[in-house]
Design a protein around this ligand. Structure first.
Ligand SMILES: C[S@@+](CC[C@H](N)C(=O)[O-])C[C@H]1O[C@@H](n2cnc3c(N)ncnc32)[C@H](O)[C@@H]1O
Length: 554
């Protein structure tokens, strides 16, 4: 066992307990549940395993400094006092995420600037040069968290969010996040003891995550990369060892089914299942929920019907009624879990839930409800009398939107939190407008400076001119320009196309998951082709570049 240190696994609200259980099973120590995170200790192996094996963590942080600060200067001084050479050098690029819950610090971006300045000045004082900020795929990603006056500065060991397993090749509207899907499954207690059904599977996230859980295949097997691989103390043999260890995988005796009305969803789900090498365990078929029949084998159902937010349905309430009716008549003796958003929809299911869990699907506060379907005793657990009697006309209430978050927060005292969107807060809005004006001023100054630089550069070097003069010649992401200029977003390791990798996998996982990685024993880098990087859109790239420019010009 190597040197033990503290780590923080971040997750979605509502998944903290499942994450803590996962950590316990991995052998982590000193596990402590917080809000949207779980704190634990362990050594370097545990850090790698946490990234590789956890299904319900979004990222894993390694705190390197804790301090108390009452103003921005104290933040600056504390951060400047870190021995930064241990983590990066002047050539390294870096980025800072800031999360602030504080009456003292109202502006998370300002805190990020202070941390950036402190690191830049540390190196400038020592070498006369400063490292550059890079928001997209930096060498070192840092996270500063401030709760009132307590500050924690951490290294982000994951980099890209851990929900990006690497198997999603195609997507549809409103797919479930993989971390949320896995958390929902784990929460039900299912580990593959019976069949699994998602009758509205969309791109197949729930069935695919279920297949990985059933065989206990770690989500890291798809060969994605982690930011700790860029750290000076990276141990590639240790990561290879974890990658090649399939000793905890198990057999799965049952089957997983995914259905959807949309034939294209079935195509997408099949493509993703193939990429995840779970086709042996999962069958996708086009089917309207109205035609759902009693499964021959005992089964657990977990499903995520449309909420009428991003995905609608010509008769949303009718869809929920049909779902309830099918559960009642064609899922007898089984247990079903449904995640949904609007109470009006949930009521139409017409069954009384046996369990309710509050979960966030993106920004939507959802309910994850369990229904135990007992044979022949329907009336006893119906929540609302005889509403579904076919003879009576069904009067459907008009759909009512839940109050949006801005309404909920309207009268609250000002708190500014990055990633916590306190929309509609008057003071926050004023601040936003002020910040927007400041940013616009800086942007104009930066553009003027850039224009000046472009003029000078153009006299000397053509490619440089092309990069800075990209304005007039806009092309979509992935465009390879005339002069061979390739966009930043398309560069880098992960450009590998999934194609090829899967082919390498073929045969191996399609038979039995066992021996899956035998073909890959050795280095992870033998695993040809890397998960696709998310294509950066033109506006995203421009926004990132501007932010970097502002950070670097400060
Ligand atoms: C919110 S999406 C599910 C997303 C999915 N969990 C994923 O991760 O991609 C809801 C799905 O229900 C499907 N659907 C809508 N009406 C249906 C019906 N009557 N029968 C079966 N599926 C239906 C839609 O086609 C859509 O794919």
């Amino acid at each position: 066992m190597g040197e033990s240190f503290e780590m923080i696994a971040k997750t979605f609200q509502g998944l903290e307990e499942v994450l803590a259980e996962e950590l316990t099973n991995l052998g982590a120590n000193d596990i402590e549940i917080g809000r949207r995170m779980v704190r634990f200790t362990g050594d370097k192996r545990m850090l790698y395993k946490a990234n590789f094996c956890l299904r319900t963590a979004i990222r894993v942080l390694k705190p390197i400094l804790r301090f108390t600060a009452h103003n921005a200067d104290e933040v600056y001084e504390a951060v400047k006092g870190v021995e930064w050479d241990k983590y990066m050098d002047v050539k390294s690029t870096f980025s800072i995420d800031s999360v602030v819950f504080s009456e003292t610090f109202h502006h998370s971006m300002f805190v990020a600037y202070k941390v950036k300045d402190a690191i830049a000045d540390y190196f400038r004082d020592k070498t006369g040069e400063r490292p550059n900020v890079r928001l997209n795929n930096p060498d070192v990603k840092l996270n500063i968290h401030i709760a009132e006056n307590d500050c924690t500065l951490s290294l982000d060991s994951s980099g890209e969010s851990l929900h990006r397993r690497g198997y999603r090749q195609k997507t549809l509207e409103a797919p479930l996040n993989e971390v949320l899907a896995a958390g929902m499954i784990l929460m039900t207690g299912w580990r593959g003891e019976c069949d699994f059904i998602d009758p509205m599977c969309g791109s197949g996230t729930l069935p695919i995550e279920a297949a990985l859980i059933a065989r206990n295949v770690w989500p890291g097997v798809f060969g994605r990369h982690y930011d700790f691989e860029k750290w000076p103390d990276f141990d590639p043999e240790l990561l290879d060892e974890i990658y090649n260890d399939d000793s905890e995988e198990r057999t799965f005796e049952h089957h997983i089914y995914g259905y959807d009305l949309n034939v294209y969803a079935i195509e997408v789900a099949n493509t993703n299942a193939k990429a995840a090498s779970v086709t042996k365990d999962v069958t996708f078929m086009q089917q309207d929920i109205a035609n759902f029949v009693q499964p021959e084998q005992p089964a657990l159902m977990i499903t995520n019907p449309p909420y009428g937010e991003r995905i609608g349905s010509p008769d949303l309430l009718g869809l929920y009624q049909t779902l309830g009716e099918r559960l009642k008549h064609a899922f007898v003796g089984n247990s079903a879990w449904i995640i949904s958003y609007k109470d009006e929809c949930i009521q139409e299911i017409g069954l009384k839930p046996t369990k309710k869990v509050l979960l966030y699907n993106g920004e939507l506060e959802c309910k994850f409800l369990q229904y135990e379907i007992f044979g022949g005793k329907y009336k006893e657990f119906r929540s609302e009398g005889e509403k579904l009697n076919k003879e009576e006309p069904v009067v459907r209430p008009k759909l009512q939107r839940k109050p949006r978050r801005e309404e909920l927060f309207k009268d609250k005292e000002p708190v500014v939190v990055e990633n916590e969107r306190y929309y509609g807060h008057e003071k926050f809005k004023e601040w936003e407008q002020r910040e927007a004006r400041k940013a616009e001023k800086l942007r104009r100054a930066a553009e003027a400076e850039q224009a000046e630089k472009t003029e000078t550069d153009s006299a000397e070097s053509k490619p440089k001119e092309r990069r800075s003069g990209f304005k007039s010649d806009r092309k979509p992401a992935g465009f390879k320009g005339k002069g061979g200029f390739k966009r930043d977003g398309a560069k880098g390791k992960r450009d590998g196309d999934f194609k090829g990798k899967r082919d390498g996998f073929k045969g191996k996982r399609d038979g039995d998951f066992k021996g899956k990685r035998d073909g890959f024993k050795g280095k992870r880098d033998d695993f040809k082709g890397k998960p696709k990087a998310k294509a950066e859109s033109y506006p995203e790239r421009k926004k990132r570049e501007l932010k970097e420019k502002l950070m670097n010009n400060q």
